[in-house]
Design a protein around this ligand. Structure first.
Ligand SMILES: [Fe+2]
Ligand SMILES: [Fe+2]
Length: 351
């Protein structure tokens, strides 16, 4: 009798589950443990792209693919844990872009915010809202949400930079907009250095009242940033986890440089082994000068200049300078998204 009842019950269950599928319904109890996990379980994984492997492929792309075909000639850094996405983390995209002498990457605008960090070559320009900035190695350049921007190279050697965008996040919340400018390049209405003169000298135009959600400075030159780090590192050890970690700011608000992305330049003195910690928010590191190792969940990722390493959310990570010179890293992260929704948590491991 009991056997009969149980057979009947399992038949009823099967019919029940099938009817749920037909009605676009699902039983929460089946996925509960996989959804409400006790700690984050990111799909993106720790990974390193080495410049020695990436560089020849980038120059091969430059030989094979013209700017007209590509609009932007970029090799995307694809996280092995996210095969279905063009993404380095679940919220961020990164790519390495090359522009040859005489080329123009035509003007457009899009709702995703973008940042650039120049890797090699001097003399390309990025134009943002009528102002050009000339790009030098180590310069940090922003093209915030929905501003017209184009790039060109009027110098005599190729220029390469790392692109970072919040594209996967913007796609996930269905807020993607994109528009091409009517001409390849936007008209120039402001002189080179205008935004730095207005907002990057510790004062601001008193005749303006705007406070945009992004920094109005379009370029943060490396020479000034490096010199600041060097001065500070002379007397300051900084964070036990990050050393002298300096955040690029929106000078009008004191907040993150872009509404969705934070960016940092970091100095780790020779011989220094920092402490391990973990926190929510994914970080993409780019080696700038010197040599180091990022240990991620127990796995060492040695880096040299221009290597890129991604540290997923909640991964335990520790920095070390393994060279004789200061180790300098650029990084960007999705912390403003995390913090805007009160999702930031940090934990250090006592040793
Ligand atoms: Fe763009
Ligand atoms: Fe960290």
């Amino acid at each position: 009798m009991a056997e009969h009842a149980s057979a009947e019950s399992s038949a009823q269950r099967r019919i029940f589950y099938e009817s749920l599928v037909q009605q676009q319904l699902g039983p929460l109890w089946e996925i509960y443990a996989n959804t409400l996990t006790s700690t984050p379980t990111p799909r993106d994984v720790a990974y390193r792209w080495q410049w020695k492997d990436l560089r020849p492929l980038l120059y091969e792309a430059a030989r094979l693919v013209g700017p007209e075909e590509a609009e932007r000639r970029v090799l995307m850094l694809l996280n092995p844990g996210l095969p279905a996405l063009s993404a380095i983390t679940q919220t961020l995209y990164a790519g390495m872009q090359i522009i040859l002498p005489g080329e123009v990457a035509r003007s457009h605008r899009h709702s995703p915010n973008a940042l650039r960090f120049v890797v090699e070559g001097t003399g390309a320009f990025t134009a943002v809202n009528g102002e050009r900035t000339i790009m030098h190695p180590g310069d940090f350049v922003t093209t915030p949400t929905w501003v017209w921007h184009d790039h060109g190279n009027e110098a005599d050697s190729p220029v390469v930079w790392l692109d970072g965008l919040d594209m996967p996040f913007v796609t996930a919340v269905s807020a993607m907009f994109y528009q091409k400018y009517s001409e390849p390049q936007q008209p120039l209405t402001r002189p080179v250095g205008d935004s730095l003169a207005r907002y990057g000298r510790g004062f601001r135009p008193a005749f303006e009242s705007k406070e945009p959600s992004y920094s109005p400075i379009i370029s943060y030159p490396y020479a000034a940033a490096r010199s600041a780090l060097e001065t500070i590192a002379d007397t300051e050890t900084g964070s036990p986890y990050d050393g002298v970690l300096m955040q690029y700011l929106n000078p009008l608000t004191g907040g993150s440089v872009l509404p969705t992305m934070d960016a940092f330049l970091q100095w780790i003195s020779p011989g220094r082994v920092l402490k391990a910690h973990r926190h929510t928010g994914a970080t993409i590191y780019l080696g700038v000068q010197g040599h180091g190792v990022i240990e991620i969940d127990g796995q060492p990722y040695p880096w040299e200049p221009h290597d890129v390493i991604v540290v997923p959310s909640w991964s335990l990570h520790r920095h070390q300078n393994t060279g004789q010179e200061p180790a300098i890293l650029f990084s960007f992260s999705d912390l403003p998204i995390i913090k805007a929704f009160s999702l930031y948590r940090e934990e250090s491991i006592s040793e």
